[in-house]
Design a binder for this molecule. Structure first.
Ligand code: FES
Length: 170
């Protein structure tokens, strides 16, 4: 016969799950940066949150990106930019200088469309194109000047000394 403590230890999780189901489990999880964590449905990242094969890892709310990886070749030249949504990363990247790459949310401040972006280098702004499902609103790349719905939030980034690794802190 089991003692009371052992019995409760074994039975309680089962009973709790039966009563509260999924919501009980969700209540135990953290959701602080859910919008910005790798999205397996977004593309090649099917590894459950990180993908070294795709040139990046995600850990402790930090993306570490291998700029030598072909997935990030658009960022090799100043002015190069990319929407990393297809890799499962919900961020826009823009190389603003030899030793600085900016990272912004790719969630449009207007209505949240993530896949309609283009960059207008002559105006230093991103545009959420109507032809791709947006509404042609524009957002400054300074991360401060608001467009329709707010600013395009940017995140703290740093480049390694050899310029091969970019880190983005969410
Ligand atoms: S959702 Fe981007 S402009 Fe409307």
């Amino acid at each position: 016969m089991k003692d009371r403590r052992s019995f409760l230890k074994e039975v309680c999780p089962t009973v709790a799950f039966a009563f509260f189901g999924i919501s009980f489990l969700e209540a135990c999880s953290s959701d602080t940066t859910d919008d910005l964590t790798p999205n397996p449905g977004g593309g090649g990242n099917t590894g459950g949150g990180t993908s070294q094969d795709n040139g990046f890892t995600f850990s402790n709310n930090t993306y570490t990106i291998d700029l030598a990886h072909s997935n990030f070749s658009q960022l090799s030249q100043e002015g190069g930019w990319m929407n990393a949504q297809s890799l499962g990363i919900p961020l826009l990247f823009l190389r603003v200088s030899n030793n600085d790459i900016n990272a912004y949310t790719n969630k449009c401040p207007h209505q949240g469309v993530q896949t309609a972006w283009t960059y207008q280098s002559d105006l230093n702004q991103f545009k959420c194109q109507a032809s791709e499902g947006g509404h042609d609103n524009t957002y400054s790349d300074d991360g401060k000047t608001p467009g329709e719905g707010g600013v395009l939030v940017d995140y703290v980034t740093s480049l390694s000394e050899d310029g091969k690794t970019l880190t983005v802190n969410l």
